[in-house]
Design a binder for this molecule. Structure first.
Ligand SMILES: NC(=O)c1ccc[n+]([C@@H]2O[C@H](COP(=O)([O-])OP(=O)(O)OC[C@H]3O[C@@H](n4cnc5c(N)ncnc54)[C@H](OP(=O)(O)O)[C@@H]3O)[C@@H](O)[C@H]2O)c1
Length: 176
């Protein structure tokens, strides 16, 4: 499996991701940024996250790869894969960027194959039922840049933080 996948997520103070299969909060500026990064590229999502999208449809203008264990699952316009082997075939040879877009189970599964993480930190604590691993205390990851806090048109305070795998660490373990 290639090891240059890019994790992209928004997380609250406790690294919370979502609740009841929805995002914790709407940050229009962040959604626009997400579209800017991912359009024209490939995204990988879990079946639940796909079903959280508008009309349960794949996001437009990008290749949507969806992980599900359900062999009968169908979704028009998406590439359906059932395990890491299938996923590897779907991403291998793809020339563009491949973004890991959640949810929790997919971030956990694919973190060892990511080299970079684009995190939108939300300056609030929500009642979440899904979480991202804490990259600030992860031994294999380090923060490489951080933008100043900003306030969304919806009043939410947030900032963009970028992490990467430490050199000579982390992804060397995902050799297979
Ligand atoms: N804050 C953010 O940036 C962000 C981004 C994305 C999502 N989210 C939130 O995250 C939450 C959803 O996360 P989640 O963990 O519950 O769901 P998820 O990761 O989106 O999807 C889980 C599903 O993916 C499939 N799957 C997982 N591991 C698999 C594997 N190894 N092989 C094959 N299929 C696999 C299974 O589908 P089947 O059950 O069909 O087998 C599983 O039920 C929602 O609240 C969503 O809004 C937040």
């Amino acid at each position: 499996m290639r090891k240059d996948l890019i994790l992209i997520a928004s997380a609250d103070k406790n690294w919370g991701l979502g609740k009841d299969n929805k995002l914790l909060v709407r940050i229009p500026e962040d959604l626009k940024r997400f579209a800017g990064f991912t359009k024209g590229n490939m995204i990988i999502v879990g079946r639940k996250t796909l079903e959280s999208f508008k009309d349960k449809k794949p996001l437009p203008d990008r290749i949507n790869v969806v992980l599900t264990r359900d062999r009968t699952y169908e979704c028009e316009g998406a590439v359906i894969v059932h395990d890491l082997n299938d996923l590897e075939k779907a991403v291998e040879g793809y020339k563009g960027d491949v973004y890991v877009c959640g949810g929790q189970s997919i971030y956990t599964l694919l973190l060892p194959f990511c080299s970079k993480a684009l995190i939108t930190r939300i300056d609030a604590e929500y009642d979440a039922d899904t979480r991202l691993v804490n990259l600030d205390s992860h031994p294999e990851w380090e923060k490489v840049s951080e933008e100043p806090w900003q306030v969304s048109s919806t009043g939410v305070r947030f900032k963009y933080v970028e992490y990467q795998v430490k050199e000579n660490d982390g992804n060397t373990k995902a050799e297979d």
